[in-house]
Unconditional design. Structure first.
Length: 165
């Protein structure tokens, strides 16, 4: 006798569906059918996901504003130059720079073997890269990679302002 492939699923939302589970190994079908029953059906899941869009967007806007405020305060505190680039990229670039540099400081100085003198040299290199797009491109980099990334930055990524402030 073969293990059945058609399962009637009664979802947590109250709807029921019949699912063909023949694409799953025979010993995994019952468990998967039970798991499906603990969740809303596809239509209810999509409706809940789509109806919550406004709340997600509101939360995201508040989170971005909070991150932006922290990035601006940090840039002022550490005398970072303003970034250059398209208007829509500036805020994102500021947040990306703030996140990468603070992550780098934590990894290299707070938890690593660098001292404040080493970091001061690095901080001056950080100030030279003013293209917002460069910082956005590096947003997923590891903090320990920042020294190498800064060395790889080209003249297109560096500002034309007086580096001696």
């Amino acid at each position: 006798m073969a293990v059945r492939t058609e399962w009637k699923i009664v979802h947590s939302c109250g709807h029921s569906t019949t699912r063909d589970l023949s694409d799953r190994p025979a010993d995994k079908r019952a468990g998967f059918a039970r798991w499906l029953g603990e969740r809303d059906c596809t239509d209810c899941w999509k409706a809940a996901r789509d109806s919550d869009t406004a709340a997600k967007e509101e939360w995201l806007a508040a989170k971005r504003a909070e991150e932006q405020q922290a990035a601006v305060a940090w840039a002022e505190q550490f005398d970072m130059p303003p970034l250059e680039g398209p208007e829509r990229a500036l805020a994102w670039g500021e947040r990306s720079r703030y996140q990468l540099v603070t992550t780098s400081y934590t990894a290299l100085v707070a938890e690593g073997s660098w001292d404040e003198a080493d970091w001061s040299v690095m901080e001056e290199k950080i100030r030279t890269v003013t293209r917002a797009g460069w910082w956005i491109d590096q947003r997923d980099a590891e903090g320990t990679d920042l020294p190498e990334l800064l060395d790889a930055a080209t003249t297109e990524d560096r500002g034309t302002e007086n580096p001696f402030r």
